[in-house]
Design a protein around this ligand. Structure first.
Ligand code: ADP
Ligand code: MG
Length: 492
């Protein structure tokens, strides 16, 4: 109704006014105002729809790309990187080992004591936020910062561990960026993702960079294993459960790894592993397909990002970006439909001001008048006095974006299960598959996590769905790296 009568007014104004260009601008402005936030929301829902048929197309495309990436180097958007991990932990590993886990937001240092019975006796860790300037500075500054934390960690250890000093401490290094692995303990950086951009580091061996920094900081440690966080999570998961065959990270970024048959990797020309298997780091964040429900918001986010054209799947599903997509939708609603009143709240124009934890808090608001939404809008965006209907729209946008992300992640998982034949009955049996999940998004965003779980079940059906389990592998990536350091120990 409102639209029709406004349209008539515009036509009336056009007849009176003589200056054509002015009329056009006037008409644009008024007709833009006719768009309501509900219209924008409806369009968003349509564009972001992920019916099962679409998810199946996406998982099929994922499977096709997996084959292509395994066939040849550069054969696909999916790098399908060979991890050099051809033996996952058995549970018999023993000794004290360290891990350094460099993700996208924080890094962690941890120490584990392995007792040889699938149990981890002692565990201690320190978590440090990476100062943002270091993410875009130079590699020496970044690695010196990390090595200095390692030095502190070791210096603070109790005497029991100080006694190890006669023997070089061994470290598993979890480095969650695409690396062309050269061996289990060396590899060169292919490119940065997730807000990191240190150009001179690309092409360099990350282990050597860390080793040089450790030397500068006086830390006597040897890097025994360089692993991606997905590979670490897979190893950590396998240590306590032999059915773990896939690992998925949903944190700042997103990625997956799985156990592949060595024979199914045409591009692998190394020795045939005794186990007959090799862990593949998919780098699935860089997946893209014409079937993905990409919106104008995704396109503008990508164009403004540090890595345009790359990591498209990651930009639709992971923690670094969900809040930013939400901000972009709310900004459009503010500009085109005056969602927050006549003026566009200035803070809403700041990129990355709205983080995914805030989005999650708003999405989970169960108060009848959406108090949490009101307070987040006020605290983060300085928007006060919002009406209940405005807050409801905000929650609904959170829901649309989180649901799309979670359902796409589930479709990606189905792609891996298909590739490995774990999505159907095989020789009269359905294999048990456990998927080790980790990352702050999966851990803390309950609605998102439940949606991944429901969607995967919906896609697999009851019979197969019963045999496939998702487990949260807390700290799996760090523990797994320590386990891989143990199985590649120079003292073993
Ligand atoms: P990384 O991916 O850097 O290794 P994490 O696995 O700890 O680190 O994931 C951190 C990310 O998880 C954050 O960038 C954020 O996007 C997301 N996250 C953390 N807490 C929450 C939360 N409460 N709700 C939703 N997302 C969260
Ligand atoms: Mg991590």
């Amino acid at each position: 109704m409102g639209k029709v009568s406004m349209g008539v007014t515009v036509v009336g104004a056009a007849a009176i006014c003589a200056a054509g260009a002015l009329i056009m601008r006037h008409r644009m402005r008024i007709s833009n105002r006719c768009v309501t936030a509900a219209d924008i929301l409806k369009e968003l829902e349509e564009k972001c729809a992920t019916p099962v048929s679409k998810l199946r197309q996406i998982s099929d495309a994922m499977t096709v790309e997996m084959h292509a990436g395994l066939a040849s180097e550069g054969g696909s958007k999916l790098k399908m990187l060979i991890s050099y991990v051809d033996n996952l932990p058995t549970g018999d590993e023993q000794g004290v080992f360290y891990a350094l886990d460099l993700g996208g937001t924080n890094f962690r240092v941890l120490r584990v004591q392995l007792t040889g019975k699938s149990s981890i006796e002692c565990q201690e860790f320190a978590e440090v936020t990476i100062p943002p300037p270091l993410m875009v500075g130079d590699s020496q500054a970044l690695f010196d910062y990390i090595a200095a934390e390692l030095a502190k960690f070791v210096a603070d250890e109790s005497e029991k561990f100080q006694l190890l000093a006669g023997r070089t401490r061994e470290l598993g290094f979890t480095f969650s960026f695409p690396v062309m692995q050269l061996s289990i303990d060396s590899g060169t950086l292919i490119r940065w993702t997730k807000g990191f951009s240190i150009e001179e580091m690309v092409g360099k061996d990350v282990v050597q960079e860390l080793a040089k920094a450790m030397k500068r900081q006086g830390v006597n440690m040897r890097v025994s294993a360089l692993v991606n966080d997905t590979v670490g999570t897979l190893a950590g998961g396998r240590y306590s459960n032999k059915d773990v065959a896939v690992a998925v990270i949903l944190g700042t970024g997103s990625n997956a790894a799985y156990v592949e048959r060595a024979q199914a990797i045409p591009k692998w020309h190394g020795p045939h592993p005794k186990s007959g298997e090799m862990v593949i780091n998919m780098e699935w964040g860089n997946f893209r397909s014409s079937h993905l429900p990409i919106t104008e918001y995704d396109n503008s986010l990508d164009a403004d990002s540090l890595n345009p054209g790359e990591q498209i799947f990651e930009k639709m599903i992971s923690g670094m970006y969900l809040g930013e997509i939400l901000r972009r939708v709310l900004l459009k609603m503010a500009e085109k439909a005056a969602l927050f009143g006549d003026t566009v709240p200035p803070k809403l124009k700041t990129q990355f001001i709205l983080r995914t934890p805030e989005m999650s808090a708003m999405h989970h608001d169960t108060t009848p008048d959406l108090k949490v939404v009101a307070s987040k809008l006020k605290d983060v965006l300085e928007i006060s006095d919002t009406s209940l209907s405005t807050r409801k729209i905000v929650v609904e946008v959170c829901n649309v974006m989180a649901t799309r992300g979670a359902r796409l992640a589930a479709a990606g998982i189905l792609g891996i299960l298909k590739k490995t034949g774990r999505d159907t009955v095989r020789d009269g049996e359905i294999p048990n598959t456990v998927i080790a999940m980790d990352g702050g998004l999966y851990e803390h965003y309950t609605e998102y996590r439940h949606c991944v779980e429901h969607t995967l079940n919906e896609l697999l059906g009851d019979e197969v769905g019963k045999q496939v389990k998702l487990t949260h592998s807390n700290d799996g990536s760090g523990i797994g790296a320590a386990l891989l350091a143990a199985s590649h120990s120079q003292y073993a």
